[in-house]
Design a protein around this ligand. Structure first.
Ligand SMILES: *Cc1c(COP(=O)(O)O)cnc(C)c1O
Length: 361
């Protein structure tokens, strides 16, 4: 036993496995496995990247001031309450490292996003998972898990991989039912896709107190997953904590430039949301026609229920044989389901045709 040994928490998790991107035999498989946005990066982001090359010898502005100002302007938020990160994953992880730790409990939903569990276990937290109702977060089940050791509660709204949304009235009830010293983290990675009047991504709850944080990402509707860029909107004391903990230059020059440009791309958000709602509704209808059950989604993906793990696996194989990669969600405890990202119209058509052929073949 002379080899260096890490802390025992390290071996309590498996490495995160993302959506696959390679399919042997297909040069350009259709990748509907990681919810990356249907249209690629905004053209203005590509132009900004090209212009940034000449400045790559310079360190970034560690405070991401210009990027925070651009985010604040776009979404009507105070830049002083924004912290940018190397993907929102970084910020979620830092929050857990800051407020969690051995002896603390972190509450999430049984089909909540896996990063909360991975980062929580690595930090030494005990993870408590609340049952859901119709694959939707159940506020009462979450509140019932709270103990004196509970320090944090993580919730994606809409949730990945289920796609379901918790109404604002339920979000308010959740916050009101939690002790004031419990940090509520609202992961709004898919907020830009939500097409509902009464939706609030989390800003109201952040502004209402000192114990709620909202995280956002450039990886989905903005099409910049490869750049690694996310942000948190948080009360001042939590902003201070995140700024102490983050790496000094956690947002690269290229990510910041692409992000600022993407925010300024005219009509990008609206076009992305409109396409998504239309294409998702159409795909849902076509799957219903062939008798496949889908769960109501407010995000840029659909969770398709095949009724059994065997049939889901067979559908996955069939889609692969046609060059389509979707996401199996076995690790989320949903072995009978596949998660299909909303791509372009052509990609959605291919997915619908393939699933039609699967059902009838
Ligand atoms: C995709 C996703 C994110 C984004 O993570 P990044 O690190 O910003 O790419 C965060 N939360 C959920 C629930 C997601 O699905």
């Amino acid at each position: 036993m002379s080899a260096p040994q890490p802390r025992p928490e390290v071996f309590s998790v498996a490495s995160y496995v993302g959506g696959e991107s390679v399919l042997p035999g297909f040069e350009k498989p259709i990748k509907l496995s990681s919810n990356e946005g249907a249209f690629g990066p905004p053209p203005s982001a590509l132009a900004a990247l090209a212009a940034t090359g000449k400045k790559l010898h310079r360190y970034p502005d560690g405070s991401s001031a210009r990027l925070r100002a651009a985010i604040g302007e776009k979404f009507g938020l105070d830049p002083a309450k924004i912290v940018c990160g190397n993907g929102s994953d970084e910020l979620l992880t830092l929050l857990i490292q800051a407020y969690g730790g051995p002896g603390t409990e972190l509450i999430m939903s049984v089909h909540g996003f896996s990063i909360y569990e991975i980062a929580g276990k690595l930090a030494g937290c005990t993870i408590l998972k609340a049952a859901e109702r119709n694959l939707t977060t159940d506020v009462d089940a979450m509140l019932a898990l709270v103990t004196p050791q509970t320090k944090m509660l993580f919730l994606a709204n809409p949730n990945n991989p289920t796609g379901t949304l918790l109404p604002q009235s339920e979000m308010l009830r959740l916050r009101a039912g939690l002790r004031e010293d419990i940090l509520l983290v609202i992961d709004a990675a898919y907020s830009e896709y939500v097409d509902r009047e009464d939706y609030d991504p989390g800003t109201a709850l952040v502004d209402a107190g000192e114990n709620t944080v909202m995280t956002r990402t450039f990886s989905k509707i903005f099409g910049l997953g490869g750049a690694r860029l996310g942000w948190a909107y948080a009360p001042a004391p939590i902003v201070d904590v995140l700024n102490r903990m983050r790496a000094p230059f956690n947002v690269s020059v290229t990510a910041a430039a692409a992000g600022i440009a993407a925010l300024g791309e005219p009509g990008w958000l609206e076009a992305g949301r409109e396409h998504n709602t239309r294409a998702r509704t159409r795909l849902e209808a076509r799957l219903a026609q062939v008798g496949l059950k889908t769960h109501p989604s407010e995000a840029n993906f659909i969770l398709v229920d095949f009724g059994s793990p065997e049939r889901a696996a067979a559908a996955d194989m069939f889609l692969r044989s046609r060059g389509l990669i979707v996401r199996n969600v076995k690790s989320y405890g949903l072995p009978s389901c596949l998660r299909v990202t909303i791509g372009t119209d052509d990609e959605c058509n291919l997915a619908a045709e393939a699933l039609n052929a699967f059902v009838h073949g």
